[in-house]
Design a protein around this ligand. Structure first.
Ligand code: FRU
Length: 511
């Protein structure tokens, strides 16, 4: 089925991208991982609630993803660490729960390291422990009005992450009296032969160091007067990345609320780290993703120079209300991070990991001239459901947009406004939004790149779209909930030539 329309000011191409809705709906009722809205190329728990990714670490050929998990309901509750593993960052297998709440409290966010030199004494050199460093959140202390209800604790695994033992000396880092004192991200700082903990402490980051993961010493504070402060700071990460052979450090800091499109979002700072103190270069507030649905993202540990980021694909403004039934919330696609130099400033780019190519079923290249001439034929995406990548380049002189729509008048518009030099996702008519007054909105990302060529890449799943624009510098991630899956893909290009249009259907990771 191929359809074609002429828009008033340009060309509007359209094609049916999905065949067989009825079969999608029928399959949805019965098959796990194929329910309505179930992401087909992103991780989501088989059942129940998730928020932040935790303890991301690579070990012996396996990527471990732990996640904030409440196994009794599809709303936030007493937090556990769920666990999933992957060989390729794309296909995930969910394992038994790793960490349960205990008398010290719920298991809030944190990280995991491979203690190769057995600094902690919890494993051996031959059989290193995976050590999880997390926040114990004591709900009773919170209720009683104490300010010291969040403390940092350890758990370790001697069988490559399958079973976990809580450390007897918990907590290892006690709260000095700061209500928001959480989400430790630990990395090995080789030049100083010590561990560094990056901790969110209300409106700033506090760095601690340790020789053994058990005794922690405060090193410095960062950020009280820098960056965005519309909400509390959470889930930080500190990583090193090279640019033209020179090492820089990037500090990621999630903030809620106060994001550029309301609610939750993640900012970053590029700078230097000397083992005790982080010194930023410049003072501009920068965002890893401007969209509302990429939060609490951190990177996998133990991946060498390669840094892979994973975020939670929702927003605290409505995460507890989104209209999914068996499970609630999913992760973003894993994204590889890199630094880019532009006009004397350093920026962080993030793009889907190359492993995503593994599930590309085919690449449909659309001849550039065809789009301009208005005689296109897309006989393409007949996959169910709608996962695909669409990539193109264009001289960014006019507006353009990609429209996903269905026969019920619902549409999601992803585009570029030349006049204001900004990308946008309009989800005002995208589908269900009554579950929260904060959901229906037009979401914007300023164009960070100064290049004359605009580069636009979309990753579309059953209820999410991730826009990677200008090489991953101007990103927007948004979830959406159409009453019926979208069946049509249209491109409005206002007569502008679009080069290299590629469409790549993706195979479900749950098949
Ligand atoms: C971020 C967060 C963390 C906390 C966790 C609790 O989304 O609020 O700061 O550890 O979620 O589930």
């Amino acid at each position: 089925m191929i359809m074609k329309f002429m828009a008033k000011n340009g060309l509007l191409l359209s094609c049916c991208i999905l065949a067989g809705f009825a079969s999608f709906a029928q399959k949805a009722q019965i098959t796990p991982y194929h329910e309505p809205y179930r992401p087909q190329v992103h991780f989501s728990p088989k059942e129940h609630w998730t928020n932040d990714p935790n303890g991301l670490v690579y070990y012996k050929g396996t990527y471990h993803l732990f996640f904030q998990y409440y196994p009794k309901a599809t709303v936030w509750g007493p937090m556990h660490w769920g666990h999933a593993v992957s060989k390729d960052l794309i296909h995930w297998e969910q394992l038994p729960i790793a960490l349960y709440p205990d008398k010290l409290g719920y298991i809030f966010s944190g990280s995991a390291v491979i203690d190769k030199d057995n600094t902690s004494g919890l494993g051996t050199k031959d059989k290193p422990a995976i050590v999880a460093i997390f926040t114990h959140h004591d709900p009773k202390g919170e209720k009683a009005g104490s300010a010291k209800f969040q403390n940092q604790s350890l758990a370790y695994s001697l069988d490559e992450g399958l079973t976990w033992i809580k450390y007897k000396g918990n907590p290892v880092l006690k709260n000095p009296g700061i209500r928001d004192f959480r989400d430790p991200k630990v990395c090995w700082y080789a030049p100083g032969n010590k561990w560094i903990m990056t901790l969110a402490t209300k409106d700033r980051i506090t760095f601690y160091s340790s020789p053994d993961l058990k005794k922690w010493k405060k090193e410095s504070e960062f950020g009280q007067m820098l960056g965005a402060h519309g909400g509390v700071w959470e889930c930080p990460d500190l990583i090193s990345l090279k640019l033209n052979g020179k090492e820089y450090w990037v500090l990621l800091v999630s903030i809620n609320p106060g994001g550029p499109n309301k609610g939750s979002a993640t900012q970053y700072f590029v700078g230097h780290f000397d083992g005790g103190k982080f010194t930023p270069i410049g003072s501009q507030t920068k965002w890893i993703d401007f969209g509302p649905d990429n939060y609490a993202g951190v990177t996998f540990g133990n991946t060498g120079a390669r840094k892979v980021f994973l975020g939670w694909m929702s927003n605290w403004l409505y995460a507890n209300q989104v209209p999914t039934l068996k499970w609630r919330n999913a992760m973003t696609i894993p994204r590889q991070l890199s630094l880019k130099l532009m006009a004397g400033d350093i920026w962080l780019a993030s793009n889907p990991v190359e492993e995503l190519k593994k599930i590309v079923t085919k690449t449909i290249k659309v001849d550039a001239g065809l789009l301009a001439k208005d005689n296109n034929i897309f006989s393409v995406i007949k996959q169910t459901p709608a996962q695909y990548r669409l990539k193109f380049n264009t001289r960014a002189v006019k507006d353009y947009s990609v429209i996903l729509s269905n026969g019920s008048g619902e549409k999601l518009v992803i585009g570029y406004e030349a006049k204001n030099s900004r990308y946008y996702i309009d989800r005002t008519k995208a589908g269900q939004s009554g579950f929260s007054q904060n959901f229906a909105a037009v979401l914007y990302a300023p164009r960070v790149s100064l290049s004359p060529t605009s580069n636009f890449e979309l990753l579309v799943d059953a209820s999410s779209v991730e826009l990677f624009a200008d090489g991953g510098l101007s990103n927007l991630t948004s979830i959406y909930f159409p009453k019926k899956p979208y069946t049509r893909l249209s491109i409005v290009n206002n007569g502008m030539e679009i080069e290299h249009l590629q469409i790549q259907p993706l195979r479900s990771i749950w098949q």
